[in-house]
Design a protein around this ligand. Structure first.
Ligand SMILES: Cc1cc2nc3c(=O)[nH]c(=O)nc-3n(C[C@H](O)[C@H](O)[C@H](O)COP(=O)(O)O)c2cc1C
Length: 192
């Protein structure tokens, strides 16, 4: 049996992504869980950013941002960045998170996050009270101690990355579990 609830905002797992805007002198962090890869070529991702926050205006003004994947180790700091606004708070200073220069964009990346994506804004729209920003990924940073082979970006150790997972609906954080199979191949055995 199933029961229904009408339109609800439930989705899991979602990454606890930390969106950084600004530059090395003045930067802000906002926690954004509504993030998705959109296209392969060029590689783009989409983020949903409320109109009321500080981040939306910064992305429109600067045309760039970075996406930094939070870990369980910085859960408190990530949550803090999602319950405070850059309008009132210097979140880098108050959270203790560390700014690092990006390679291409002016918006910094966060040292404590093992995966950082530099993005240039290529499209945007407003739906309801939410901005939809499409960012072209122009650079990818991965902590070398999370890579089994430093020349292969796909060799990262997912458990060592320890990404902070957000469960939309339940409003809770979780950690990632053990590998259960190989994607794009485990289903082969069901092919006729
Ligand atoms: C776990 C978590 C996930 C969140 N996800 C989103 C999101 O996907 N989109 C959004 O607009 N706000 C999201 N928020 C809320 C923003 O982070 C919050 O409004 C923040 O104050 C915005 O900061 P800013 O004003 O500095 O931009 C989330 C908050 C938390 C704690």
């Amino acid at each position: 049996m199933k029961t229904t609830f009408g339109p609800k905002k439930i989705m899991f797992p979602c990454p606890a992504a930390l969106i950084v805007t600004g530059n090395m002198e003045k930067a802000n962090i906002a926690t954004i869980a509504w993030v998705s890869l959109l296209t392969s070529s060029p590689p783009t991702l989409g983020i949903s950013v409320g109109e009321r926050g500080y981040t939306g205006g910064e992305i429109k003004k600067n045309g760039e941002f970075t996406v930094n994947i939070a870990t369980v180790d910085i859960m408190r700091e990530a949550d803090f960045c999602g319950i405070t606004s850059g309008r009132e708070v210097d979140k880098f200073k108050e959270s203790g998170l560390t700014k690092m220069e990006s390679k291409i964009v002016s918006a910094p990346i966060i040292k404590e996050c093992p995966l950082n994506l530099e993005c240039v804004l290529v499209d945007s729209g407003v739906f309801g009270s939410t901005n939809h920003f499409v960012g072209k990924i122009v650079e990818t940073h991965i902590d070398t101690d999370k890579l089994k082979d430093e020349s292969d970006y796909t060799s990262f150790d997912t458990l060592a990355m320890n990404p902070l997972i957000y469960i939309g609906g339940a409003r809770e954080y979780r950690r990632i579990g053990e590998k259960t199979g190989d994607a794009y191949s485990i289903g082969e055995s069901l092919k006729k």
